[in-house]
Write a protein that binds this ligand. Structure first.
Ligand code: ZN
Length: 324
């Protein structure tokens, strides 16, 4: 199959209460998200409701097998990252259009065209599909719980460490084939990174222009990766730290609370000044000390071996601490 260059969903900046869906709907959601917004979604005729609680193919296929409603014509995703990833999988398997309704700007998953699944102790991205449309209800997003509302900043701030790794690997001739450093993409990613730091405070407070700016940064980061066909500009050692830590914390830990500390730890190792990154993470209310210290210690000591074992693209995390 010829490679494709996926697009972002077409976003409508409108209140979700204006949704007036005529087609029979398969709703993918989580209980907390649904409870928070269902009163505004009277225009959504829900036939089937799926609540994925884990990002594994076995769980998703199990839920898919319960879908008996063959009249469904559209899938709606109402919730956060896990919901979005599962909904993209269901919509692509059922060959149905997908409408994304993020209830918090918690990750970039509601914009991407693949789904992260947990398999053999790591996160693998399987091609699924991007949503055709997205409802960006800024007022609703501003009312999301503070700890999750703008946690997606971690998927933009990860450019700080991801891009560093990308360049580092290039200098050492260690970038996998097809992932060579592209200087203008590197520069474009830096501009997006700066944009996210500029809006961190406003987004963290829940100000609507700040949330819109964070959304723009997430959208540009995702589309930049869409254009080049890989995620090296925004995914490096900080995500490897998160994937490895997840083996000890167990599934379902908020992505931002794993990636956030990963950014700070890895940026420090890279010799970067972490002050501005830390300020942006704190402004967005990311809990940076939720992972138990024992888990952090284990993660750090296992990380080089973990990166080798899962053949992750080269970065600072591949190098044992004592050799830096
Ligand atoms: Zn991420």
């Amino acid at each position: 199959m010829a490679p494709i260059l996926p697009n972002l969903p077409v976003a409508s900046l409108s209140p979700c209460s204006e949704i007036d869906e005529k087609r029979p709907v398969i709703l993918v959601t989580s209980a907390p998200a649904w409870n928070a917004v269902q009163d505004s979604l009277t225009g959504l005729p829900v036939g089937t409701r799926l609540e994925p609680c884990e990002a594994t193919l076995a769980t998703w296929d199990g839920l898919l097998a319960t879908v008996k409603d063959s009249s469904a014509q559209v899938v709606y995703s109402v919730g956060g990252g896990l919901t979005a990833d599962a909904a993209k999988y269901f919509a692509s398997r059922l060959d149905l259009p997908l409408v994304m309704l993020p209830t918090a700007l918690s990750v970039d998953a509601f914009l991407t065209c693949s789904s992260g699944i947990r398999q053999d102790g790591c996160v693998h991205y399987i091609p699924t599909k991007a949503a055709e449309s997205l409802v960006l209800d800024l007022e609703m997003l501003s009312k999301a719980p503070a700890w999750i509302r703008s946690a997606g900043i971690t998927d933009v701030l990860s450019i700080a460490t991801g891009c560093w790794d990308w360049k580092f690997a290039q200098e050492r001739g260690q970038n996998p084939s097809g992932m060579d450093l592209i200087p203008w993409v590197y520069e474009a990613a830096q501009a997006i990174l700066h944009g996210s730091m500029d809006c961190a405070e406003a987004a963290g407070r829940g100000d609507q222009p700040g949330l819109k700016c964070l959304y723009d940064c997430l959208a540009m980061e995702v589309q930049l990766c869409n254009q080049i066909g890989h995620a090296r500009p925004e995914e490096g050692s900080e995500h490897y730290f998160a994937y490895c830590a997840e083996q000890y914390t167990g599934p379902g830990w908020p992505h931002g609370e794993l990636v956030g500390p990963g950014i700070l730890r890895m940026a420090e190792r890279q010799g970067q000044d972490i002050q501005l990154y830390e300020a942006a993470l704190k402004a967005c209310n990311i809990h940076l000390d939720r992972i138990p210290p024992e888990v952090v210690r284990q993660t750090i000591s296992r990380l080089p071996d973990y990166c080798q074992r899962h053949t992750l693209p080269f970065g600072i995390a591949h190098i044992p601490e004592e050799k830096i």
